[in-house]
Write a protein that binds this ligand. Structure first.
Ligand code: FES
Length: 121
């Protein structure tokens, strides 16, 4: 229904803005992929990579639940880490995120990590 609609904007590496109409409960990484944003999401939202790294613009970054330790560990391996970095597959849309803008970093690094967050061979 209309009450569930959450509009967000995703800005890709080339600066192209995707205006995306999502809904409460949507996973931002999957939503972006479904709208043809070139976002990798190598581990398919299983919190085992950092290729879904995005920057979340103010004031929305502060509204998100804090990243858990696993996400923090993965973010530490992401190139171009910033204060407002998050893994987009861990962002689930809520009504108060309507209007959120997320931006893709200029690069990502695809590396496999095991479930303890350590780098695998
Ligand atoms: Fe791998 Fe988000 S897609 S952590």
């Amino acid at each position: 229904s209309e009450e569930d609609v959450v509009n967000i904007t995703v800005v890709d590496r080339d600066g192209i803005e995707f205006a995306i109409r999502g809904k409460v409960g949507d996973n931002v990484m999957m939503l972006a992929q479904n709208h043809d944003v070139d976002i990798e999401g190598a581990c398919e939202a299983s919190l085992a990579c950092c290729t879904c790294h995005v920057y979340v613009e103010d004031p929305y970054f502060e509204r998100l639940d804090e990243a858990d330790m696993k996400e923090e560990d993965l973010l530490d391996m992401a190139p171009f880490l910033a204060e407002n970095s998050r893994l987009s597959c861990q962002i689930v849309l809520r009504k108060d995120l309507d209007g959120m803008q997320v931006r893709l970093p200029v690069g990502t690094r695809n590396m496999r990590v095991d479930t303890k967050g350590q780098q695998a061979q």
